[in-house]
Design a protein around this ligand. Sequence first.
Ligand code: HEM
Length: 505
Amino acid sequence: MELLPWLLGFAVKYPEIMVSAVCFLLLFCRFRRRSKLPTNWPVVGALPAIVVNAGRVHDWVTEFLRAAAMSHVVEGPWGSPGDVLVTADPANVAHMFTANFGNYPKGEEFAAMFDVLGGGIFNADGESWSFQRRKAHALLSDARFRAAVAASTARKLGGGLVPLLDGLAASGAAVDLQDVFMRLTFDLTAMFVFGVDPGCLAADFPTVPFATAMDDAEEVLFYRHIAPVPWLRLQSYLKIGHYKKMAKAREVLDASIAEFIALRRERAADDADLLTSYLACQDEIGKDGTVFDTFLRDTTLNLMVAGRDTTSSALTWFFWLLSKHPDVEAKILSELRAHPPSSTGAAADLKRLVYLHAALSESLRLYPPVPFEHKAAAKPDTLPSGVSVGPTRRVIVSLYSMGRMEAVWGKDCEAFRPERWLTPAGRFQHERSCKFAAFNVGPRTCLGRDLAFAQMKAVVAAVVPRFRVAAVDAGAGEAPPTPKLSIILHMRDGLKVRVHRRRED
Ligand code: HEM
């Protein structure tokens, strides 16, 4: 009661203290408003914020990038090789990925971190990368190869996935749909890479060492992104921790791939898988003996990684979104009934599924399977957002955040709305794709984009008209599943669902 007169008296007596207090309060409020930005502390850098937000890293990055006009510098702890610019600014992305592509190679640091991929396309730069890209592009777009993939995918769906889901619908048992899709895409990818079906999708869900080793290698790759460099070096020196886990995974991967290659060499070679094609053009590749075997190992492993995890992650998030948006599911169903794809999975049939294409694009915008990418400038450079980058400042591009920036996608950027991809006449708007980085942009754009869309459409066309998939959780409207700490956007706890046979309406 006496406070106001007392304050007034104090202000008259000590005006300079009152002015300082008001300034402090204003600064405090401003700091609190900006506190979404991670603080770069002396010695530990942004490590405290990283540790606190480690379980929700993608949403945390999105929050602070929104508060920071789409780019922010994060400092590592003492001993780190430099700081990192985190960005979701499409202008920066266009600059690094397209206009100044030559100044942003993957580089040695990336190759050391992703050592398991050897000299394969993901790790390669310069002449080696251009050669591998030309070759992979020619093989992946070959008409005979595409027709063979469509036919084998249709067979696997009809003879593997559909009977499996039918059994689950009959028993009423819950299943982890993420696991089902990982198994499916592992088999599908191995079929077009090695020409062999490893049978990972069998009804007893067998443990396939190759697939488990891929999971382990991926976990180590993520750990290498977040653990302090001196700690990683110590583990490598002592051959423990991430070093040991990767060495074990590598042993299994190398042995499994060597077995597939031996198998292929034994068989008559007129199959349309990629390994057969690479074996047939050894002269053009210009390598012999163990050097050629290493090339085959690196090439096939890179293709397995490219195809399995991305497509399974995309399918899992898509089916989760469908379970929360029955209106979108109904539109997809009616499109599939109007244009049912043929049993051979012909590309022309799948191309007519425009609404499904829009819904898949929308799902990939919100949940890009590759949620972030590295870039490092070979020569110092300044990005369009005004930040300098160079040998001591690397760049992480958050593709996850880029799909959720209000400045890019508008006020409803968090909403799942396939219609945003369609013109009023119902045509697909390709121009939207330039803001859409799920498949990367520029000269390093994904080589499997069309193949991935065709496979995802074939899966949706096989599942949605027959089954309704319901997420087993508290009900509609709750928070989305948490992404796993991984280089691929898998769900941390998988996606538990029940499968119901769809009744004809
Ligand atoms: C939904 C599925 C997919 C998504 C979201 C996706 C996304 C991406 C992204 C973001 C990159 C750039 C990676 C980097 O530069 O580090 C990439 C590269 C690549 N992708 Fe895909 N991908 C998908 C499916 C596939 C499939 C099925 C294949 C077929 C084998 C494939 C083959 C490749 C290859 C060969 C590259 C390397 C391109 C290069 O470095 O020049 N992808 N993909």
